[in-house]
Write a protein that binds this ligand. Sequence first.
Ligand code: FPP
Ligand code: MG
Ligand code: MG
Length: 319
Amino acid sequence: MAEGQELLLRKDLERVVDRLHQERTHVAPYQEDYRRLLDNHGKMIRAAMVVLFARAGARNGGRLDDTVITGAAAIEMLHLATLVHDDVLDNAPIRRNKPTVHTIRGNKAAIYLGDLILSRYMEIMASIAPDTAFIREQAGTVCEIVGGELYQESDRHHTHITIDDYDRAISGKTAALFRLACLTGIRLDGQPTDPALEQTARDFGGNLGMAFQIIDDINDFDLDRDTGKPKLEDIRDGIYTLPVLLGFQEDEDFRTLVQQDDPDRVIDYLKAHPQLMEGSRQTAKDYLQRAADSLKDSPMNKDVRSLLQRITVKLTAQI
Ligand code: FPP
Ligand code: MG
Ligand code: MG
């Protein structure tokens, strides 16, 4: 039953948190900053994907092997490292309503801490890798994440970028990690990988990740929603996300308005053209629907399937 799976997931994630705390000695001299990051963690959706996909194969229900928990912790560490660096690059003062590492300790410490966490992620994955293909998949995904960030950087302040350009950036910087989390689960489940289940992991993770970033980007314009982060950061940084790109498609004059670098005027425009936010919400919902569809004919455990389906339904309701 999906409720039973939910309880298992909660217990698995408690083990992941314990495993993350064991890493504190490895990030000296930034143990306190690392602890602060862990104390302020979110729902750990990426780690959840690792454990759920590890339970998606035939053998499941019992206690998950330590290797899976360690892999889930490492995926969460990769995510943490990217966020610590991202907050430096974006000059973000707060995350989840708490000051970011660089705000408290300066850029140098934030870069070193991100580097240390990233290095430990690599060391851990190398120590549990079932084969070299696993390492290649992990390393290749880190390249994709950096590549996505670099696409975004090279597109900054360009009002002629297209939705394809945006998709390329977010597919790298965000969706690649969600896809990797799902794949890591099935690689570490102790069974030979079923190609059909691997395809599900790719499709589910990739589509969920796209939806996640689009929702994050929509929320940056939603002044009424508490996201624990500053608002209008993307537009201030010249990062044109889906609502803005949909506007460019509809109205040449909107490009000129955006080039004036006045976030308040952009917000006024989006308020006057609600179809842009609505269209973006619909796109996120479409990705979530695609994620849910990928589960349908998959040879996966039915309780895991229904929990994953419930996650997509819950996220859709929150958009
Ligand atoms: C958040 O996006 C950031 C990412 C999804 C990826 C960040 C990746 C890097 C900085 C490069 C790679 C770093 C390492 C350590 C390999 P956002 O800024 O749109 O979201 P936010 O609103 O949560 O800040
Ligand atoms: Mg950011
Ligand atoms: Mg960023």
